[in-house]
Ligand binder design. Structure first.
Ligand SMILES: [Zn+2]
Length: 84
């Protein structure tokens, strides 16, 4: 008796994975890799001029927020010489 490879079960397994992935994608809702927000005032760079006592700070200031390895990462987009 020849042992049959487990093709039908593999296909069923793949179909199950596909259905699971499609469901996860549909549950994501707002689908975006990151977002850019604007803030005014002081940025996250302690060496920046905006952290000096009488500096009015930036405005508007751009920040990039995205997910990396399940953690929310926020980067300050500090443009030398002002906003682009
Ligand atoms: Zn700054």
């Amino acid at each position: 008796m020849r042992h049959m490879p487990d093709v039908p079960d593999s296909l069923a397994s793949l179909e199950g994975q596909k259905a699971g992935l499609l469901r996860k994608i549909s549950e994501l809702g707002e689908f975006r890799p990151g977002s850019i927000t604007t803030t005014t005032g002081r940025c996250g760079n302690p060496g920046c001029h905006c952290h000096r006592p009488h500096d009015p700070g930036h405005g508007p200031h751009f920040r990039l927020t995205y997910k990396e390895d399940g953690k929310t990462v926020t980067e300050s987009l500090c443009f030398p010489g002002g906003t682009p």
